[in-house]
Design a protein around this ligand. Structure first.
Ligand code: OS5
Length: 227
């Protein structure tokens, strides 16, 4: 079983359209869609926004629906200059930018017993690179910073970028990464840029959510053809 997870309905809508037929199951106040695509069984869901919601849904996909690999699809705010609206980037590693026990002398993003950065699966990342090459698409890779904040302010954006050398910011990836890593499930996190996380980001986000979500969702489905 392969899990495809997004945070918002808009982020999985293009997947549901492409698979055409699916069965809907409700569990833990979430809807899970079971489908077949390219000889693979899929469980597809959107978690709702934020780290806790995403962690719950990822856990259910693994523990209840027996997902053995998880692909996250969605949009994100760009931190790096090189990333523009519609660009695709997969995570090489992810961290939580809002984890702060610096009062005890620890670095930002660190809690005892857990590394700051969670690394993604190199086999899935290689499949993504092959997919991009075959489709003639530009696919970047980099560090994703996750936190329960929609970043739309230059000073916050610069702080996250400088503190963690992060390339994009979003609100779910690192929590999903931690769930998958602790449960031993290989995972992949893909994001298409919807905004630049500075002043007025909410307007770009509204304008580009659907188109960027589709760029990411279509790419993830192409990867499923290779799994
Ligand atoms: O899932 C959240 C994180 N996503 C990635 C992202 C991001 N994260 C942080 N900073 C940025 N600059 C980012 N850019 C992209 C996107 C998403 C952001 S939160 C969006 C909230 C949108 C919304 N809120 N209410 N509605 C839409 C309408 C509504 C009302 C009731 C029920 C359903 C929808």
């Amino acid at each position: 079983m392969i899990a495809i997870l997004g945070a918002m309905q808009e982020e999985i809508e293009p997947i549901l359209k492409s698979v055409k037929e699916y069965k809907e199951i409700e569990y833990a106040k979430n809807k899970f869609y079971l489908a077949n695509y390219a000889s693979n069984e899929l469980v597809i869901a959107y978690s709702k926004i934020g780290k806790v919601n995403a962690a719950i849904t990822a856990t259910v996909m693994i523990e209840k629906f027996n997902a053995s690999r998880l692909l996250f699809t969605g949009v994100a705010g760009a931190l790096s200059h090189g990333l523009k609206i519609g660009d695709l980037m997969f995570a090489t590693s992810l961290l939580q930018h809002d984890l702060d026990i610096t009062a005890f002398g620890h670095p930002h993003g660190y809690v005892p017993g857990i590394e700051i950065f969670t690394k993604t699966d190199s086999d899935l990342n290689d499949i993504a690179k092959q997919t991009a090459e075959q489709k003639g698409l530009i696919l970047k890779s980099g560090i994703i910073a996750t936190g329960d904040i929609f970043v739309c302010e230059a000073s916050k954006k610069e702080w996250i970028k400088d503190t963690f050398k992060a390339d994009v910011v979003e609100m779910e990836g690192a929590s999903v990464a931690q769930v998958c890593s602790q449960l031993g499930v290989p995972f992949f996190v893909l994001r298409a840029i919807s905004d630049e996380a500075g002043g007025g980001a909410e307007f770009d986000f509204d304008e580009f959510l659907a188109s960027s979500a589709k760029v990411s969702a279509d790419f993830v489905l192409s990867m499923v053809e290779k799994l």
